[in-house]
Design a protein around this ligand. Structure first.
Ligand code: ZN
Ligand code: ZN
Length: 365
């Protein structure tokens, strides 16, 4: 991964934003800009370079993960904020931007009080805007995270037993993910049987696989810090008469949205396309969340695919497309895949079977 290049691009956008230096306090942004995977560390990026501020616990890890990076290791007696204030004073920059989405109000006030000569202003999304466009190393890593997640699903699906609870299956996803080379699951897996699938963020519980004829599984893997995010609904028994129409509508909405994805198309337009397919079947009100989101070092990152988002798709974005239809008391269907925007269109990175027929399984006894 070319961290130097990322910091150079940030320095450029910093200049455009009118700041002499940026204090990066979002730990994920620090990782993105340096390759350092620990936490509790800040990064100062300025026009001529950068400085990582960390503590003795991480000294060795930093030397290993970020050889050559300018680093200041504070003593444990000094807080990270005080250490940053000292370094900012030494740096002597005339103006500073801070990350308004992570720096607390208390820290902001302390900065202003201790550095009265420094013009401190808030900024939003400077690093996140860079993160929205994946470079080739990130794309390669996300491909692996998707590949691992798909192998996890295939394995868990093949051994699904009638007595397994949602919780058991979630644990199995966790175990197999690690076994197949992931550092962990990208988020706590959702395993929702029957009516529980109506909750877009259901927490796995005691319901057995055999207690309803379908199960929604939303899962992902982390590889090299990068995350994948997929959803499939498996049918395990005699499905209710209205189920196929719900399933086919979700799938048609997803496929219509994906087909329209290419650089220049507004994300709100992609959301609209999916929503219209569902509205045409009279189920518009049952699709009550955004269509998708970027994935990367975080499970939800820019860009968001939703009604009120007005940015165009750009090459290098990797986003989920995950329409869903939910009926309280009955259940729900969501189908989620990960899509890369290419120079002239898109590439669907995930390829687990999507049709209703292909997602039918016989539970083992
Ligand atoms: Zn998901
Ligand atoms: Zn998702």
């Amino acid at each position: 991964m070319d961290y130097q290049k990322r910091r150079e691009r940030l320095a450029k956008s910093l200049k455009e934003a009118g700041g002499a230096a940026l204090l990066v306090t979002n730990f994920v942004n620090v990782t993105y800009l340096t390759g350092f995977t620990g936490e509790d560390s800040y990064l100062i990026v300025h026009r001529d370079g950068e400085l990582l501020i960390s503590d003795p616990r991480y000294e060795e890890q930093i030397a290993e993960e970020c050889p050559g990076l300018k680093t200041f290791i504070r003593t444990p007696q000094v807080t990270i904020l005080s250490a940053a204030i000292d370094q900012l004073r030494l740096g002597g920059w005339p103006s500073l931007l801070v990350e308004a989405d992570t720096l607390t109000l208390a820290a902001y006030e302390q900065l202003k009080e201790k550095l009265p000569a420094l013009a401190v202003g808030g900024s939003r999304g400077l690093v996140e805007a860079l993160r929205a466009i994946k470079d080739k190393d990130e794309i390669a890593m996300i491909r692996v995270a998707i590949e691992v997640a798909q192998r996890v699903f295939t394995s868990v699906r093949a051994t699904l037993r009638s007595t397994q609870t949602e919780w058991d299956v979630a644990c199995e996803i966790d175990r197999v993910s690690r076994q197949l080379g992931a550092t962990g699951t990208a988020f706590k897996p959702i395993v929702a049987v029957g009516s529980r699938a109506a909750l877009p963020h259901a927490v796995p519980g005691k319901q057995a696989m055999s207690s309803a004829p379908f199960v929604l599984i939303d899962w992902g893997a982390i590889v090299g810090g990068y995350r994948s995010d997929l959803t499939r609904v498996l049918t395990t028994g005699k499905i209710p008469p209205k189920f196929p129409k719900i399933y086919e509508t979700v799938l048609a909405a997803q496929q219509a949205a994906i087909a329209a994805m290419r650089p220049g198309v507004m994300v709100s337009q992609i959301d609209r396309i999916a929503r219209e397919v569902i509205e045409q079947q009279g189920m518009g009100k049952r699709f009550n969340h955004g269509l998708g989101h970027g994935i990367g070092l975080d499970i939800h990152e820019a860009p968001r695919l939703g009604k009120n988002q007005d940015r165009p798709l750009e090459p290098g974005m990797i986003v989920t497309v995950e329409p869903g239809i939910y009926y309280p008391g009955f259940g729900g269907v969501r189908i989620e895949d990960d899509i890369l925007i290419t120079r002239d269109g898109h590439e669907v990175l995930s390829d687990l079977p999507r049709t209703l027929d292909e997602n039918r399984v016989e539970l083992l006894g």
